[in-house]
Design a protein around this ligand. Structure first.
Ligand code: 13P
Length: 253
């Protein structure tokens, strides 16, 4: 079975004390990760080491950065390289979140550079894609998402692509309380998988985890995750509440 993943994206929230308390509360609640299931916590940069230590020795739990530099090292003030992240035990990084595309003008081409540097150095990207409301209303979401995949991912080899987790996050559903219906999520996840298959073949496409993001909550996770092409979620607001996120972990297939 493909990896099923519950990924928390804390974004720019919580102090380190609050973050540590949240992780303690999550650890204290019963959750049972099977061998094909992962929990990932994308926490603010200064909390990465704390979070890595919290889960030391626990299998199937990984800490992620929310971004990384497209450069290897050097005079890039304020940036954080893949090498720096790895030196504190990080194995996953979220790339191309719509908030970074919108507020920090990250383009598909720029993200392709970040993917390259991650994959050349064994860092696993969680690559975000997804359309704004106007595109959904014009019913051109498939073309929009295909372009994001083509321009950021489709230069990769099949082996490299299989290291990537894709997160489909419709922008109109992020932080709005408006979730894509499970049928809408399944439809576009299936499209993403078929688009990958058209270039890389079915075996590669079938091995890639595609997460849904956008107002995933404890009360909708089971239905969303039960869709055949939805392999878990990338969760913002609900990942800041221990009971919610544990229920989301427990909703994985
Ligand atoms: P919300 O779950 O708060 O809608 O955020 C989704 C998201 O952007 C996760 O990356």
């Amino acid at each position: 079975m493909r990896k099923q993943i519950a990924a928390a994206n804390w974004k720019m929230n919580l102090t380190i004390q609050q973050g540590e308390q949240l992780l303690n509360d999550i650890i204290a609640k019963p959750h049972d990760l099977k061998s094909h299931q992962l929990a990932v916590f994308a926490v603010p940069f200064p909390y990465l080491s704390m979070a890595v230590q919290k889960f030391a020795g626990k299998s199937n739990v990984f800490i992620a950065a929310q971004n990384c530099s497209n450069k290897k090292n050097g005079a890039y003030t304020g940036e954080t390289s893949v090498e720096i992240l790895q030196s504190v035990g990080i194995q996953y990084v979220v790339l191309g979140h719509s908030e970074r595309r919108e507020y920090y003008l990250e383009s598909n081409q720029f993200l392709a550079e970040k993917l390259d540097i991650c994959l050349a150095n064994n860092m696993k990207p969680i690559f975000c894609c997804g359309e704004p409301l106007a595109i959904r209303e014009a019913n051109t979401q498939n073309e929009f998402v295909a372009k994001q995949l083509n321009e950021s991912l489709f230069h990769l080899t099949a082996e490299q692509l299989q290291e990537v987790v894709i997160a489909y996050e419709p922008i109109w559903a992020i932080g709005t309380g408006k979730t894509a219906s499970s049928a809408q999520a399944q439809e576009i996840h299936a499209f993403i998988r078929s688009h990958i298959a058209s270039k890389y073949g079915n075996t590669v496409a079938d091995s890639i985890s595609i997460l849904y993001g956008g107002s995933v909550k404890a009360n909708n996770a089971v239905e969303l995750f039960s869709q055949p092409d939805v392999d878990g979620g990338l969760v913002g607001g609900a990942s800041l509440i221990a009971e919610e996120f544990v229920a989301i972990i427990n909703a994985l297939k």
